[in-house]
Write a protein that binds this ligand. Structure first.
Ligand code: RP5
Length: 163
């Protein structure tokens, strides 16, 4: 089983690289495709039909009138995470509203504008329900995050002479 990360355009790659880096760090299998819902709709449909049985979670990233996550959600019962991207004059609000306002019955779990890393973490959390190895790696990741936050707090408090 794998994570499928689909982009609305190859121009979106730089915005999702941190998700790819996170998957590599945790050694989680993923596949990257760029299949626009508007400009490659037949290829997108074919890809989902042929790969759905092997996909655990879809992540779809798109900017502007971002219909990609919703279209994918209409074709599968696997969880779909949408990443609205800032790629137009509307600063990503267009993509956010396009992705988050799904009709009842067809959910897309929407992360923040340009929130690729959280999308990757959420996808791994979904996989961790049935994968102990990913669960352990996520626990390590969260512990390290907490350690860094507390270290940063201590450094600040020392700098401003509160401790
Ligand atoms: C959206 O339009 C894509 O997801 C991308 O964010 C934006 C621009 O795409 P390109 O014109 O660079 O292919 O559909």
């Amino acid at each position: 089983m794998k994570i499928s990360l689909i982009l609305g355009s190859v121009s979106d790659y730089s915005k999702v690289k941190e998700a790819c880096d996170f998957f590599k760090k945790l050694d989680v299998q993923y596949e990257l495709r760029a299949l626009s819902a508007h400009r490659a709709s037949e290829e997108l449909d074919k890809y989902i039909t042929e790969n759905d049985k092997d996909v655990s979670v879809y992540i779809a990233a798109a900017g502007k009138a971002a219909h990609l996550p919703g279209v994918i959600a209409s074709k599968t019962i696997k969880p779909v995470i949408g990443i609205p991207l800032k790629s137009s004059a509307l600063e990503g609000m267009d993509a956010l509203l396009s992705i988050v306002q799904m009709p009842s019955g067809v959910p897309v779990a929407t992360v923040a504008i340009d929130g690729a890393k959280n999308a990757a973490i959420l996808a791994c959390q979904i996989l961790s329900i049935s994968d102990k190895n990913i669960e352990n790696k996520l626990k390590e990741y969260k512990s390290e995050m907490t350690r860094q936050v507390l270290e940063a707090e201590k450094k600040l408090l020392k700098e401003i002479e509160m401790i």
